[in-house]
Design a protein. Structure first.
Lengths: 114, 109
């Protein structure tokens, strides 16, 4: 199974809402990533978890809160988002941390903040 | 941090070989070079990775000159289904890394 799943596929939320994005992989990978991608732009790295510990936080605003409950799951908790946070949020995993390891991406969650 | 530069877009015809170059003049010793393909509304998909010289797999080749300041992704005999955005990524396993700006390849019949 080389699949990374993400739920939900689409999410519309108001600026006062709290919601969570979920990502799951069962490949035994020890690194998991969150990216944000705006239209016609490359994916931007947000967070990297390695062995369930946060190892890179790319100066992301605190309204985004990652969580790695176990080695297969990665969550992104959202609170008090702004309209400019609307984007495709991608999750990925790799055997170990870093670009020398092939990253497997999920299909993404399309987030719209109203 | 290695900054990368790619052409914004390229056009090709079915059956042709396509070469997409990525410039990374300040690549560091520990940096790897990786290429990803992305279709609209999908996550990127790994194509190929290398450190130096030439790497080939079942879908592409990657050419890296000795100074490693650039790399060229070669797609043999492209088809319409190869129309996508291609990103190069340069970085090591310990620091933050960035996707390049991407090259939109348009394959015409």
């Amino acid at each position: 199974d080389t699949e990374v799943t993400q739920t939900p596929k689409h999410l519309v939320m108001g600026m006062t809402n709290k919601k969570s994005l979920k990502c799951e992989q069962h490949m035994g990978h020890r690194a998991m990533y969150w990216y944000k991608q705006k239209a016609k732009k490359p994916p931007e790295l947000m967070f990297v978890y390695s062995y369930e510990k946060l190892s890179i936080n790319e100066s992301v605003p605190s309204r985004f809160s990652p969580e790695c409950p176990n080695s297969s799951l990665l969550n992104l908790h959202l609170h008090a988002l702004q309209p400019e946070d609307s984007a495709l949020y991608l999750c990925a995993s790799s055997q170990e941390r870093g670009p020398s390891y092939e990253q497997y991406f999920g299909p993404g969650t399309r987030l719209t903040v109203t | 941090l290695a900054k990368t530069t790619q052409p914004i877009s390229m056009d090709s015809y079915e059956g042709q070989e396509v070469n997409i170059t990525c410039s990374h003049n300040n690549i560091a010793t520990n940096d790897y070079i990786t290429w990803y393909q992305q279709f609209p509304s999908q996550g990127p998909r790994f194509i190929i990775q290398g450190y130096k010289t030439k790497v080939t797999n079942e879908v592409a080749s990657l050419f890296i000159p000795a100074d490693r300041k650039s790399s060229t992704l070669s797609l043999p005999r492209v088809s319409l289904s190869d129309t996508a955005v291609y990103y190069c990524l340069v970085g090591d396993n310990f620091n933050k890394f960035y996707f390049g700006s991407g090259t939109k390849l348009n394959v015409k019949p």
